[in-house]
Ligand binder design. Structure first.
Ligand code: TYD
Length: 210
């Protein structure tokens, strides 16, 4: 039996991680086998690449290097964790995936959607999310939320607001390009209201696919 691959995307501080954990608990209670993972990361090698990417000391990192490192972490993640889990029938809940590369490196860094999609084609190894939840919130608002929650911002979070606005535009373009896969969640609302929207989308997917 094939599992389901659900990805959570959006600006920094949009509240994705909280919802990933809430929906994971809900699905487990329902008796589903689930796996929670994240990008960059998810595997020991991926977590090492994550440290390279998010380290504020690496301000000289070029946009191309950044794109390839995210793709390298993803290749490892897909091969070692995501593909085997899906083959076992697991519901994989992934905090960020390839759409983040398109939004951050393609739009934020200005490398363009085509280049980032082309490079990631090989990293994806024929895997595509069944559903992507785009946590739609004004990037300025999201950053404020994120900063009040966590400690010091990482290398990407420390970028100027202009960068985050371009990233946000990237997510909107993705939603328009792939509307059947990328669903908008109004992430400006409180945790319970957001959870209801997440649940509605996932239940809809479960009804269609199972
Ligand atoms: P993370 O702490 O996971 O951010 P958040 O908690 O806001 O989701 O850090 C991941 C950062 O890496 C985040 O700023 C988005 C960025 N990123 C990319 O630029 N490209 C990518 O392909 C991925 C997966 C993440």
């Amino acid at each position: 039996m094939e599992g389901l691959f659900i990805t959570f995307e959006g600006p920094d501080g949009a509240g994705k991680s909280t919802q990933v954990h809430l929906i994971n608990a809900y699905l487990k209670d329902m008796g589903y086998k689930t796996l929670v993972t994240r990008e960059p990361g998810g595997t020991p090698i991926g977590e090492k690449i994550r440290n390279l990417l998010l380290n504020c000391d690496h301000s000289e990192m070029s946009a191309l290097t950044e794109m390839y490192l995210y793709a390298a972490a993803r290749a490892q993640h897909v091969g070692q964790l995501i593909k085997p889990a899906l083959q076992e029938g697991t519901i994989v809940l992934c905090d960020r995936f390839v759409d983040s590369s398109i939004a951050y490196q393609g739009f934020g860094r200005g490398l363009g959607m085509d280049l980032v999609e082309a490079v990631n084609l090989f990293a994806l190894q024929d895997i595509e999310p069944d559903l992507t939840l785009f946590f739609n919130i004004d990037p300025e608002e999201a950053l404020k939320r994120g900063r009040s929650r966590s400690g010091s911002p990482d290398r990407l979070e420390s970028e100027k607001l202009e960068f985050h606005k371009k990233v946000y535009k990237g997510f909107c373009v993705l939603q328009e390009k792939y509307p059947w896969r990328v669903r908008k969640i109004d992430a400006s609302k409180d945790v319970n209201t957001v959870f209801k929207q997440v649940l509605e989308q996932i239940e809809c997917l479960l009804r269609c696919k199972k």
